[in-house]
Design a protein around this ligand. Structure first.
Ligand code: ATP
Ligand code: LTN
Length: 332
C-alpha cells in the first residue's frame, strides 16, 4: 500500500454463512462512504470463520461470495484493499504473540459474545472461539488502524484491541497505534425478524434474517411473518415497541426516508399496509443489489484477493517485524 496522509480504516466480515441485511446496514453500507476519506482495508476473515465448524466446500464458496457482496455494496477495489485473512500469515503470528505477551485469561473471560456463542457448550467449543478476539486485535493492529467501523456487537472486541495495544506498548515500547471504534447510531444493531430482542444473526434460523441473496418473494414472506408488538401504531419506541422500531429502522435505512416521515405516512394505518410497503422497499433493494452481485465472475474475485494481499502484506510484515524485534526474536 502506498503511504498517504490519510487515516486508515480496517474492518472485516466472516465467510461463515448467509450475509444478511444486519451485516449490510450495520457495517458494510457504512464502509462505502468512508472509502474516499480513508485508506481502507476490508478483509474476509476466514480464520475467524473456522472458530466454528465449516463445510470445506462451502467455505471456499463463501469466501468469494463475501467479496462479491463487498463489491455489490459499492466497495471499489480500485480505492480499497480487499483481501483474505489467511493469505497473510502475519495475522496468526501476531495473534499468537499477543496471546503470550498481552492478552490475559481474565480479558477473554469478560467477552460477552463468547458467552452468547458458546452458551451451555462452554467447555466443548474450540479454543479458537475463545481466542477469537485476540486474532481480531491482530487484524486491526497490523495495519496501524485509526478507525474500525463495525456493528454494536463488536464494540467490546475493539476495546480489547485497544487494551492489548496499550499493554504491549507499555511493556515493550510504542509499537501499536491505538484504534478507535466507529459505530453508527442507526442500524448498529438490527434485530431478528422472529425475535425482536436478539440481534439478527447468520447463525439463527432463516426466519430470523433477510439474506442479501434472498429472492424478493422470500424476503416478503419473512416480513409478513415477522413479529410485531402489541397495539396498532406504527411508532418508533425501542422500549415498548422493539419489533416495529426495528422494521422502521430497516425501512428508513433502505429507502432514505426519515423515521419521523415514515411515522407520519403510516398514521392511522395498520401493520399490514406498513409491511406490504416495507416488502416492496426491501424487494427493490435486493433486486438492484443482486443484479450487481451476479455480474462478478469468480476469477475476477480471485484476482482482486490476490492483488489485495500483495498490497496489504508489506504493511503487515513491517509491523510484525517491529514487534518481533521488541520481543527479541528477530535477527538473533
Ligand atoms: P453471527 O450473526 O453469526 O454472530 P456476525 O454476522 O456477527 O455473525 P460477521 O459476519 O463477522 O459476524 O459480522 C460482520 C459485521 O456485521 C460486523 O461489523 C458486525 O458488527 C455486523 N453485524 C452483525 N450482525 C449485525 C446486526 N444484527 N446488526 C448490525 N450489525 C451487525
Ligand atoms: N469479529 C468480527 C469480524 C472481524 C473484524 C476484524 C471486524 C474480524 N477481524 C477486524 C473489524 C476489524 C465480526 O464482525 N464478527
Amino acid at each position: 500500500m502506498a503511504k498517504s496522509d490519510k487515516k486508515t480504516i480496517f474492518s472485516g466480515v466472516q465467510p461463515s454463512g448467509t450475509i444478511h441485511i444486519g451485516n449490510y446496514l450495520g457495517a458494510i453500507k457504512n464502509w462505502v462512504g468512508l472509502q474516499d476519506k480513508y485508506d481502507s482495508i476490508f478483509c474476509v476473515v476466514d480464520y475467524h470463520a473456522i472458530t466454528v465448524k465449516q463445510e470445506p466446500e462451502e467455505l471456499g464458496r463463501n469466501i468469494l461470495d463475501v467479496v462479491k457482496i463487498y463489491m455489490a455494496s459499492g466497495i471499489n477495489p480500485e480505492k480499497s484493499v480487499i483481501f483474505r485473512q489467511s493469505d497473510i500469515s502475519a495475522h496468526t503470528e501476531l495473534a499468537w504473540i499477543l496471546n503470550c505477551a498481552a492478552a490475559r485469561v481474565s480479558d477473554l473471560n469478560k467477552m460477552t459474545q463468547f458467552k452468547d456463542k458458546a452458551g451451555q457448550e462452554k467447555e466443548n467449543v474450540s479454543v479458537g472461539l475463545y481466542d477469537y478476539p485476540v486474532l481480531m486485535a491482530a487484524d486491526i493492529l497490523l495495519y496501524n488502524t485509526d478507525l474500525v467501523p463495525v456493528g454494536e456487537d463488536q464494540k467490546q472486541h475493539v476495546e480489547l484491541a485497544r487494551t492489548l495495544a496499550r499493554r504491549f506498548n507499555s511493556r515493550y515500547g510504542e509499537v501499536f497505534k491505538i484504534p478507535e471504534v466507529e459505530i453508527r447510531k442507526e442500524g448498529a444493531r438490527i434485530m431478528g425478524l422472529d425475535e425482536a430482542n436478539k440481534k439478527m444473526s447468520k447463525s439463527a434460523s432463516p426466519a430470523n434474517y433477510i439474506a442479501l441473496t434472498d429472492t424478493p418473494e422470500a424476503a416478503a414472506k419473512k416480513i409478513t411473518r415477522a413479529v410485531t408488538d402489541s397495539g396498532k401504531e406504527i411508532k418508533y419506541d425501542k422500549e415498548n415497541k422493539p419489533a416495529i422500531s426495528n422494521l422502521l429502522t430497516i425501512y428508513s435505512l433502505l429507502s432514505g426516508e426519515e423515521i419521523k416521515e415514515l411515522e407520519k405516512k403510516y398514521q392511522g394505518k395498520g401493520y399490514g399496509d406498513f409491511k406490504k410497503d416495507l416488502s416492496r422497499t426491501v424487494g427493490e433493494f435486493l433486486t438492484t443489489f443482486q443484479k450487481k452481485y451476479n455480474s462478478f465472475e469468480d476469477d475476477e474475485v480471485r484476482e482482486i484477493l490476490k492483488e489485495g494481499a500483495e498490497k496489504a502484506r508489506p504493511v503487515a510484515e513491517e509491523t510484525l517485524g517491529r514487534v518481533k524485534e521488541r520481543l527479541g526474536i528477530k535477527n538473533s
